[in-house]
Design a protein around this ligand. Sequence first.
Ligand code: MG
Length: 374
Amino acid sequence: MMEGMRIDRIRVIQTPLNVVEPLRTSDGIHESRLATLIELMDSDGYIGWGENVAPSGVAYVGESAAESVTAMTSLFAPLLTGREIDVYEMLPETWWGIQGHNFAKHALESAVWDIHAQQEKKSLRHVLGGERLTITPGVVVGIADTIDVTVAEVKNRIAQGYVRVKVKIAPGRDAEVLRAIRIECGDDFILQADANAAYTKNDIAHLATFDEFNLQFIEQPFAAEDLQSHVELAERSATPVCLDESICTIDDLLTAIEMKACTVVNIKPSRVGGIGAAVQMHHILRSHEMDAWVGGMLESGIGRASCLALASLPGFTLTPDLSASRRYFSEDLTEPFELVSGSIVVPDGVGIGVVPLDGVLLSPNTHIQTVFAR
Ligand code: MG
């Protein structure tokens, strides 16, 4: 018998996170961010944690942190109260009664998953059907001022034990960078390139020459809505095309598969509106024998824990962007995730298996807003 739950308290906790090594992508520099955590308490006293990882700008799929937090507290949080809820029903396209705002929906839904797994006395990994106990993560290297700086960072990451490096590229900062990396760092590691939608259809011929760099894939070269250019590149190039920003709904995924716009998909539960939607997409991709992996959004340990549980599912065939805490933050909000022999352990405790450190909630820099209390 599936247990539902009644939510008695909803709090939003915001605290600054210092990014140790700012990440530069084709859409800007990600230097620091205000972490936004959601804490739900149900009528049995279970506490569930989620994280809203919408970025401060609006370049990534158009949902900024400020508007996402407002949508979460004013539109969606009230839907969790005053009735019994069941996490399996909370799909982004149907349950919430309004389209979009996927980061906001995911933040709340993932906290409900945390409580649900605690009710079941299981880890989230176990509840979702995850099989891997450890994850071999990849690492992302941002755009640098010179090729030498990028090459040095790639070398450094390989020395730290990463087996897969994803390099951010943009027009004018692409082929020369990738060529130098292959010359200086060799072929013994997996190299990927992510353009964050920085190219247009006029660049298809240029991007088709990237086959020489032996990339595992090229990620989202064109605008989210420009599936046709992805189709044309996939036809002209041997390098697999991966979609990220284009896939926000199940329909987006089915359309992309039908058009043959990609052979690989990056699944971020925040972008697709929840863990439930991410699991559905996993099943669809697996049935098509396509490659998939779990992407990251500079999550703190809270968001990272549920992403790791998701990434343990068998259809996520490629290394995820879920690095150790120290790659991102001087101090994480949870016990830090460490890279041990090139792997990160998927949390094994009940629920998401982590909670914020005491100091986070007590810090004078932390702002706690009670959105609902019964
Ligand atoms: Mg990407």
